[in-house]
Design a protein around this ligand. Structure first.
Ligand code: 5GP
Length: 204
């Protein structure tokens, strides 16, 4: 059995990562979206264990010390981290796992898991990004300004990724990501066992 693909999706606040990831899961329910731990407060409608595991700073720091994270980072003054065990178990079981994480975390995964697939989601324009963040209405003006400054810095990091996907429409962005996943699964480097088994079968 092929191990699953680890698909890392980053992009600035307002690129639509959450919406695109939901669209991926709706159309392909066998994908798994990793649930991160965070020290930030839940927003209205967010559920513990579904959107994030909401934990205290102490608990998060204990998890760091115990080596429980595949990667973690401090984003907008809060910790966010990917629980290692769950991800590894899913990959070993052949499931494709999506990590929706920031570029600092993605860089860590690029080092520890280079066979991952690294996708950067871009907004169609700066004006659209600004309006998406403003219309979301969940951020104070102070946070909004922080997110816009961070967005510019994050976009500059897209060069380190394998793919860029412009989120001009959610179904289009979703289908571009499916195309990436399909092509990645067909890479020779991921199919040596299949090729060898077939060559041996033909030889018999
Ligand atoms: P938000 O607070 O809007 O849910 O997320 C803020 C940022 O943290 C987003 O860029 C999101 O992708 C990132 N993030 C969420 N979970 C993780 C994680 O486990 N690790 C890292 N490095 N970033 C994360």
């Amino acid at each position: 059995m092929q191990t699953g693909l680890l698909i890392v999706i980053s992009g600035p606040s307002g690129a639509g990562k959450g919406t695109v990831c939901q669209a991926l899961l709706e159309k392909k329910p066998d994908l798994v979206l990793s649930v991160s731990k965070t020290t930030r407060q839940p927003r209205a409608g967010e559920q513990d264990g579904v959107n994030y595991f909401f934990v205290s700073r102490e608990e998060f720091e204990q998890s760091i010390a115990a080596g429980e994270f595949l990667e973690y980072a401090c984003v907008y003054d809060h910790y966010y981290g990917t629980p290692r065990k769950t991800v590894e178990k899913m990959l070993a079981a052949g499931r494709d796992v999506i990590l929706e994480i920031d570029p600092q975390g993605a860089q860590q995964v690029m080092h520890t898991y280079p066979e991952g697939v690294f996708i950067f989601l871009l907004p169609p324009s700066g004006a659209e990004l600004r309006s998406r963040i403003t219309n979301r209405g969940t951020e104070s003006m102070d946070n909004l300004a922080k997110r816009l400054t961070a967005a510019a810095l994050e976009i500059a990091q897209a060069h380190q990724y394998d793919y860029v996907v412009v989120n001009d429409s959610v179904p289009a962005a979703r289908d571009r990501i499916f195309a990436i996943i399909m092509a990645e699964k067909l890479r020779v480097s991921r199919n040596h066992n299949l090729i060898q088994a077939l060559a041996e079968e033909v030889k018999k």
